[in-house]
Design a protein. Sequence first.
Length: 207
Amino acid sequence: MSGSQDLAALPARGERTEEGIDLARAERATAELLRALGADPAGDEEALRQTPRRVAAAFGQLLTPRPFDATTFPNDEGYDELVVVHDIPFRSLCMHHLLPFHGVAHVGYVPGERIVGLSKLARVVEWFSSGLQTQERLTAQVADWLQDELAPVGVGVALEAEHLCMTLRGVGARGAATTTLARRGAIRDDPDVGAEFRARVADRGGR
Ligand SMILES: Nc1nc2c(ncn2[C@@H]2O[C@H](COP(=O)(O)OP(=O)(O)OP(=O)(O)O)[C@@H](O)[C@H]2O)c(=O)[nH]1
Ligand SMILES: [Zn+2]
């Protein structure tokens, strides 16, 4: 892997249509949704007039990942223990209800020949979060991408999230949190390394 990974090498994140995001169309659809909900964006309520534009822009922002270079450096010191970045905040949209799920990610790896810029672990989470997702797929995509691109000894990804679709609506399970875990390489196959990853996550308050 070169020192700077071209974004084009990043695979697709959550569900996207062939056309990508059409803001004008999203705006028209939001105006129609408002009318279906009994609100008139062209009516007397001034605060509603820009709502279709705002909603389209909000979804556009939530679904558009920020480009970045996945900078790596030679592992000259031969560092061969776990590196974990804890409590990376993330937000995504559940593909079932288009409502946010949000929480924190703990991303760890045991380096091979290269180490990666720490912020890039957070950027990869953001990249795959910026789409219509399930928490399981998001977790697995982050782990698979790091395992494929860094060729590390192992990768571990743990996510804790609140899904608004099940806390604020539907079953209304306030306070319910969902945890997911994806392990690759030695973090999956070597019990000691796997236990170390789980202990580090737990030490920081993860479950
Ligand atoms: N596995 C998984 N399920 C999710 C995720 N986000 C939302 N869901 C679930 O997707 C399911 C969709 O189920 P449906 O029965 O079609 O939808 P619904 O009638 O709105 O269901 P309720 O949420 O139970 O009211 C719900 O159980 C959600 O909790 C996720 O990231 N992973
Ligand atoms: Zn949902």
